[in-house]
Design a protein around this ligand. Structure first.
Ligand code: PMV
Length: 315
């Protein structure tokens, strides 16, 4: 083998982030933004050097070596390219774990097993934030739109929804408000909140679950009004947790005032921004103008594409 390239998509949480860590469902969708891992016999940086300098890549490699019983040659050529924004709630870490494990499994001649790739990526993600729901690696591996729920650590269930985001829905505009905290920091902040407000938290989790169900129904029924209401409802619930910044809230309120709907997606952020915000409005121009006013660069992506896939394999 002289070259292997495997890619994996970025993702968005349409509903249920944070509650999914506690066993409630989330709806997650893949995007057309992708991360590519290329392994070669020679060119690129040597994998041994890369893993020495990057604890997450080292953790992914260690999980692979342990499970597959195959030490990774330190001279292996390694390169990453990506269009997924980093640390913005779009699953760039999960895409890296999934694509790297997929590429290593191909390089060392193992069968192509997305289920195993997902599980190993989940193990690697747990070295970053211990209480991970596994929704990121699952959507990044399988693609499409997933209804995801972690019942137990060894029983992570998902349903690949047999429908797409309706074409008649106005396209989403994404706005990266950036964030300072890691996903682990924000998951820990929610855990602290849960300890202090046990009863409210149970009610909140239930409200998240109802919202996620209604949003799924809205996508299925192609009911854009209900879909937008559920985006707003989900955002309001997230605002009860310590995961949304004032800056992101101000932007979201401006979108709502202009007649649209918006929510953070993924872990969020409190100190400054809250990562990527999903916005929707019947007139895209309104969203672009608002983003501009707040100093953000809006962008678009196609939702619901392929999960992990082999791009190239040269003997
Ligand atoms: O990958 P992020 O930063 O978008 O966060 C993932 C979503 C959380 O529910 C906050 C964490 C998890 O493990 O599901």
């Amino acid at each position: 083998m002289s070259k292997v390239t495997v890619s994996a998509p970025g993702k968005l949480h349409l509903s249920g982030e944070h509650a999914v860590v506690y066993g409630n469902p989330a709806v997650v969708v893949s995007t057309s933004l992708r991360l590519y891992v290329t392994l070669t016999a020679s060119a690129g940086s040597a994998f041994g050097d890369v893993r020495k300098n990057d604890p997450f890549i080292d953790a992914i490699a260690a999980v692979f070596e342990k499970k597959m019983g195959k030490p990774i040659a330190s001279s292996l050529g390694f390169a990453i390219t990506s269009t997924i924004p980093v640390g913005a709630g779009m699953g760039s870490s999960a895409a890296l774990a999934v694509a790297l494990i997929g590429a290593l499994s191909q390089w060392y001649g193992f069968p192509w097993e997305p289920k195993l790739i997902n599980e190993l990526a989940y193990q690697a993600e747990k070295t970053k934030h211990i209480n991970s729901s596994g929704s990121d690696p699952a959507i990044v591996t399988h693609g499409g739109i997933l209804w995801y729920r972690r019942e137990l650590d060894f029983l992570k269930t998902f349903w690949l929804l047999p429908f797409k985001i309706p074409k008649m829905f106005a396209p989403f505009v994404l706005v990266n408000t950036k964030r300072k905290e890691s996903t682990g920091d924000l998951v820990s902040a929610v855990a602290k909140y849960q300890k202090l407000h046990e009863r409210q938290f149970i009610l909140l989790r239930d409200a998240f679950e109802q919202t996620t169900k209604q949003m799924t129904q809205a996508i299925h029924d192609e009911d854009e009004q209900l879909f937008r209401r559920m985006i707003t409802q989900n955002q309001r619930l997230l605002e009860k947790l310590p995961v949304v910044s004032r800056e992101a809230t101000a932007f979201i309120r401006a979108v709502e005032k202009a007649g649209g709907a918006a929510k953070i997606s993924g872990a969020g952020g409190v100190a400054k921004g809250s990562g990527v915000v999903i916005t929707t409005h019947s007139e895209i121009g309104v969203l672009q103008q608002l983003a501009d006013t707040f100093g953000y660069k809006p962008f678009q992506t196609v939702l619901g594409g392929d999960g992990v896939r082999v791009e190239q394999m040269t003997a």
